[in-house]
Design a binder for this molecule. Sequence first.
Ligand SMILES: [Zn+2]
Length: 121
Amino acid sequence: MFLTEVNLGSWSGVTTRKMAEKGGCLDFYNYVYMPFSACVHSMWHHVAKYNLKQCQNVLHRFHSIPDVPTLPVDLNYFYLAAKYLQKTFARFDEETGVSVYVPSAFDLVCEGIDALSVEGE
Ligand SMILES: [Zn+2]
């Protein structure tokens, strides 16, 4: 038992997977939520892949040591975050009947990314 189980429960009393099933978005849960959840919650399989590197001392039997690599900004993740937030807003509006007449934050993000792409050419 070298790992500590942490269970803070759920605000709804229902698992996220069950909520996805009820909401008819189990495919989104499987292919989008799970990979992002691993990163956000620092799950072991994510940490092992992205935050460990092999020790270079041959006398240490190639154990892993912590690493926080400096990674370049990836606009794709920024785009995906904006896209999923847009999906959330759209679903909220659909379920509640709320109508909002303001520019879409997602559209603004896309315009900004396009502008950066043009500058970089
Ligand atoms: Zn070592």
